[in-house]
Write a protein that binds this ligand. Structure first.
Ligand code: HEC
Ligand code: HEC
Ligand code: HEC
Length: 126
């Protein structure tokens, strides 16, 4: 008679192998782990990283509305810090590479903001 133990281990290995594409999909494309390069100068983002990750699109919309409708060019963050409302002069000053940061994450999440038909696509950081 065979031993149950190796059989169980065998089944576990088989299940893991068969479901591998699922696990790779789950972790490899994790929204929070897309291999984006965040700035290494350690200056904090406008808002904390969790907020930015989830809300940057809404923040940018709010910025645009503030700038265009209210002519307000100053954003006051939750911590009271003031920022110039500008995609180019604020966001892209720290996130210098659109390609390695914004775009990398957008591609892995299948989003393509249409912003750059008007705004200048930032080229590689100096
Ligand atoms: C003063 C520099 C600075 C500015 C200005 C800045 N960021 Fe950031 N940003 C950072 C840093 C540093 C991190 C990484 C924070 C961390 O991991 O704790 C970050 C993180 C992020 C993240 C999350 C990345 C991830 O790992 O999920 C997004 C999205 C983001 N920023 C978008 C923006 C947008 C959009 C703007 C303009 C509204 C902006 N940032 C302005 C420095 C900046
Ligand atoms: C960590 C991943 C990540 C990074 C980094 C990131 N984004 Fe995004 N972005 C997303 C995801 C995911 C969505 C779609 C979310 C949704 O629809 O709710 C999105 C949506 C957007 C949208 C709205 C697009 C639409 O069609 O609604 C804009 C604008 C945007 N991002 C700009 C930026 C800019 C500018 C940067 C770089 C400064 C950046 N993002 C960096 C993940 C990221
Ligand atoms: C049809 C052209 C057009 C498109 C598309 C467009 N914008 Fe703009 N945007 C403008 C113009 C024009 C201004 C005003 C510039 C100024 O007054 O300095 C502006 C201003 C802004 C501002 C505030 C000022 C600044 O310099 O950053 C933000 C933030 C902004 N847009 C974000 C976005 C985002 C995010 C997208 C994509 C979801 C987008 N825009 C798509 C034309 C466009």
């Amino acid at each position: 008679m065979y031993n149950a133990r190796p059989v169980c281990i065998g089944i576990v290995i088989l299940v893991v192998l068969l479901t591998a594409p699922f696990w790779v999909g789950l972790f490899g494309k994790n929204y929070t782990e897309t291999g984006v390069q965040t700035p290494t100068n350690h200056e904090a983002c406008v808002e904390d990283a969790d907020f930015m990750r989830a809300q940057h699109m809404r923040l940018l919309n709010e910025w645009r509305d503030q700038a265009l409708r209210n002519e307000n060019r100053t954003y006051v963050a939750k911590d009271g810090k003031k920022w110039e409302i500008s995609l180019q002069n604020t966001c892209m000053k720290c996130h210098t590479s659109y390609k390695d940061f914004c775009e990398k994450c957008h591609i892995s999440n299948s989003v393509s903001p249409y912003c750059w038909s008007c705004h200048i696509i930032p080229t590689e950081g100096k």
